[in-house]
Write a protein that binds this ligand. Structure first.
Ligand SMILES: NC(=O)c1ccc[n+]([C@@H]2O[C@H](COP(=O)([O-])OP(=O)(O)OC[C@H]3O[C@@H](n4cnc5c(N)ncnc54)[C@H](OP(=O)(O)O)[C@@H]3O)[C@@H](O)[C@H]2O)c1
Length: 474
């Protein structure tokens, strides 16, 4: 294996990144070696590059892009068995790189990370899509649910299943998310919904109203309204009773809006992501506690354990992280241009993709009489073709009678229907007819009846047959 690699690194604060050669790092402590496949360049990276936040200037050269995805290729000799078992080599994981490891970011071919707070990328999601989650998802999760982190804590709403949850009235709680149109805002809306919070209010540009309602917002207020009018509109909904505000985007005196909205019988909690200027006297008078979140998993270990334990499943079931544009490879010019655009007020997110063998995703429906055996064969097939294809088994039909209903009820139309050998010729013909009528573009594999699922040898033959079919059709 090579010992050096290419990286896009920050070598001087307030100057463009440069392309340099770095040693391939050796994992230490609880770290794994990752071959980076995707990394997201976030507005925070531009702030690190241009303003040297978190004193990064004292740790140059530094590799940025802390949201990353990579394939586990090796371990530190001292890594815990638990982590080694959880993430076998070859696992694609998404993770938030350690800001204080200057060479830990994603703008290089290899990096090392501690995967204590990481998750395997779900089969149904590409690496670039997974790279859009780590920092924003954790920041918003912690902003709602963490009471750790000192002055960088969150609202401290107990997440269901954690201490304090049993006494918490989720349905009767209202949360206001100021700046719901940001990626952090959208994730917060979805997390509030997952937690079962009764009313999720938010502010956003007019164009985002429909999207935020679809994600779970109860009421979306126009963030362009004059402040007095906005406060009045919100009070009409809350009746003046609001104990939780999370502000994703305001800075300076604009953060006073959050304090104005809080009020009522309960103590107020206000969490922001950015620096603000809110009068301490006003906070005291209104009985409001205000904190500025730092979305670093290690600072909120309890919330991090919950979020990283669930995020794979949530992302796999459709959690949305926000749109992005993909750049292939470590393109220095495009990486710097992305950061320049953030500096100049742009919001378009760029993700660097370095794994050129992107798997084709195929949603599959099966029809057959032995669900478990069919599932087993499909699991083996998924593994066999995983380098080329990501197979996602979206539904199983136990009989001909339900085929039409299943095919018409799926939101994403499946690309392939596999009809098991235990469905005989006549029924196979009927299924073919239904499928062609309902989803004419879907490909059909009618497995010959002699490839018996019960027979071990034949089930190997069945696997080979299916592999051939998938490879020849996609
Ligand atoms: N403290 C931390 O640990 C932490 C962690 C992550 C991010 N951050 C910071 O949090 C901020 C949000 O990050 P993000 O990536 O989620 O943002 P983003 O996705 O880049 O936000 C873009 C969206 O924000 C909305 N917007 C624009 N101007 C706004 C304003 N003045 N007030 C409210 N909304 C506005 C727009 O949507 P609409 O038109 O739909 O409203 C826009 O599409 C960034 O400054 C980021 O650096 C901090």
């Amino acid at each position: 294996m090579a010992t050096t690699q290419t990286a896009l690194a920050l070598t001087t604060i307030a100057a463009p990144l440069t392309k340099i050669e770095l040693p391939i790092p050796t994992p230490k402590g609880n770290e794994v070696l990752l071959r980076v496949t995707a990394a997201a360049i976030a507005p925070f990276d531009q702030k690190l590059r241009d303003y040297g936040l978190f004193n990064i200037g004292s740790r140059l050269p530094a590799v940025l892009a802390l949201d990353l995805v990579g394939v586990v290729e090796g371990y530190s000799s001292t890594i815990s068995n638990e982590l080694k078992t959880k993430f076998p080599t070859g696992t694609h994981i998404f993770v938030q790189a350690n800001l204080f490891n200057p060479l830990g970011g994603g703008l290089q071919q290899y990096t090392t990370v501690d995967p204590t707070f990481a998750a395997a990328v779900p089969k149904s999601v590409s690496d670039v899509a997974a790279a859009s989650f780590p920092i924003n998802a954790f920041t918003s999760f912690a902003s709602l649910f963490s009471d750790e982190g000192g002055e960088h804590r969150g609202l401290g709403i107990p997440f269901p299943g954690t201490p304090g949850a049993e006494e918490f009235d989720y349905k009767g709680t209202t949360v206001m998310i100021l700046g719901g149109g940001t990626r952090c805002g959208k994730l917060a809306i979805q997390f509030a919904k997952i937690a079962g919070i009764g009313r999720v209010l938010t502010t956003a540009g007019k164009g985002s109203k429909g999207e935020l309602e679809r994600l779970g917002a109860s009421v979306v207020f126009d963030r362009g309204l004059e402040e007095g009018k906005l406060v009045e509109e919100v009070r009409k909904v809350t009746g003046g009773e609001l104990a939780y505000v999370y502000d994703t985007m305001s800075t300076g005196k604009d953060q006073e809006l959050g304090v104005k909205l809080l009020g009522g019988k309960k103590k107020g909690f206000f969490v922001t992501l950015l620096e603000g200027e809110v009068d301490e006297g006003v906070l005291k008078e209104k009985d409001v506690e205000k904190w500025q979140m730092t979305g670093v998993s290690g600072m909120h270990p309890s919330a991090a354990a919950v979020m990283w334990g669930n995020i794979g499943e949530w992302v796999g079931s459709g959690l949305e992280g926000g749109g992005f544009k993909v750049v292939e490879g470590l393109d220095l010019e495009k990486a710097n241009a992305t950061m320049d655009a953030y500096r100049d007020g742009g919001f378009e997110r760029i993700e660097i993709h370095q794994d050129f063998k992107m798997a084709t995703q195929i949603h599959i429906v099966t029809v057959g009489k032995d669900k478990q055996k069919e599932k087993d064969v499909l699991t083996r097939l998924t593994k066999d073709v995983e380098k080329q294809y990501t197979l996602v088994h979206v539904a199983h039909c136990e009989s001909l009678n339900v085929v039409k209903h299943v095919l018409t009820s799926l939101i994403v139309p499946p690309k392939l229907l596999i009809c098991s050998p235990n469905i005989f010729d006549e029924e196979q013909e009927e299924i073919r007819e239904i499928a062609n009528r309902v989803l004419p573009d879907m490909k059909l594999v009618m497995v010959p009846n002699d490839l018996d699922l019960k027979d071990k040898e034949k089930s190997q033959g069945l696997l080979e047959y299916l592999k051939e079919q998938v490879e020849s059709r996609f």
